[in-house]
Design a protein around this ligand. Structure first.
Ligand SMILES: NC(=O)c1ccc[n+]([C@@H]2O[C@H](COP(=O)([O-])OP(=O)(O)OC[C@H]3O[C@@H](n4cnc5c(N)ncnc54)[C@H](O)[C@@H]3O)[C@@H](O)[C@H]2O)c1
Length: 254
């Protein structure tokens, strides 16, 4: 197993991509800490069904003290933190609309979750990782490659995640902490499906727009991301840091 006895925190793992990554990590032997503002009971049960152990720690990533408590709870239960996946984000509730209609409040709230959240979580796990190494995986979005319109705050937040990944990778390399990011294209998660039915501009479903441009012309599901995340969380990627792996069926190439 590729993650035997590793301890992984995944934020936003009560549902969607985070929950699929939790099960995928569990199947590789990892112990999971599920963090979310939503109830994580179902995700914990799914990890247990997959043959591993998990705890749920209710966490709002916009609050540094809650992220610190998350890291403490992980160490109290499992003794260590090896892997952090910064996956929590505002996505499903976004309404696509002209940029002039995005309010300051919407912009600030989204940045607080999507950008400041990962910053908080990295700070919280650092003291536990710094002497022994670790893996940090930040979930960005393929929308930064395409420049998807009508959601400028979201696309800007995910571009910031790519840049944050690079800066942190440089700073943490000497601590044997690898920092990488994954950029999914449109994926059928709970959030993804809600998002694609909720638009204030007359554009077709994103999947319809993206399918034709993919090399691999099929719908994407959260489980598609498991292999890449396991790779980045495991020793197999020990010499890779600061990278962005685009995960959109070959729609954009970089
Ligand atoms: N599904 C897609 O098409 C797609 C495409 C590109 C990138 N992504 C990214 O993948 C990640 C997962 O998205 P998803 O599709 O599973 O969406 P989702 O909405 O199903 O899951 C996001 C999770 O984050 C949690 N969350 C939101 N705010 C939080 C907060 N303040 N603190 C803690 N948790 C919080 C939500 O409760 C939810 O469980 C996100 O970073 C998203 O931006 C998704």
């Amino acid at each position: 197993m590729k993650l035997e006895d590793k301890v992984a925190i995944i934020t936003g793992a009560a549902q969607g991509i985070g929950a699929a990554l939790a099960v995928g990590f569990a199947q590789e032997g990892a112990k999971l800490v599920i963090a979310d503002i939503l109830d994580g009971k179902r995700a914990v049960a799914d990890v247990e069904k997959a043959g591993s152990e998990a705890i749920f720690v209710k966490t709002d990533v916009t609050k540094q003290e809650e992220c610190d408590a998350l890291a403490k709870a992980a160490v109290a239960r499992f003794g260590n933190i090896d892997i952090l996946v910064n996956n929590a984000a505002i996505f499903g509730d976004i309404v696509m609309k002209p940029f002039t209609d995005v309010s300051d409040e919407e912009w600030d709230r989204l940045m607080a979750v999507n950008v400041k959240g990962p910053f908080h979580c990295c700070k919280s796990v650092f003291s536990y990782m710094k002497n022994k190494g670790g893996k940090i995986i930040n979930i960005s979005s393929a929308s930064i490659m395409e420049g998807v319109p009508f959601m400028p705050h979201y696309v800007a937040s995910k571009g910031a995640i790519m840049a944050f990944t690079r800066a942190l990778a440089r700073e943490l390399g000497d601590h044997k902490i690898n920092v990488n990011s994954i950029a999914p294209g449109f994926t059928h998660s709970e959030g993804g499906d809600r998002f694609d039915h909720n638009k204030a501009v007359p554009i077709p479903p994103l999947e319809e727009l993206q399918l034709e441009q993919r090399c691999i012309k099929r719908a994407a599901v959260p489980e598609d991301l498991v292999g890449t995340a396991v790779f980045l969380a495991s020793h197999m990627s020990d010499f890779i840091s600061g990278q962005l792996i685009v995960h959109d069926g070959g729609m954009s190439m970089h």
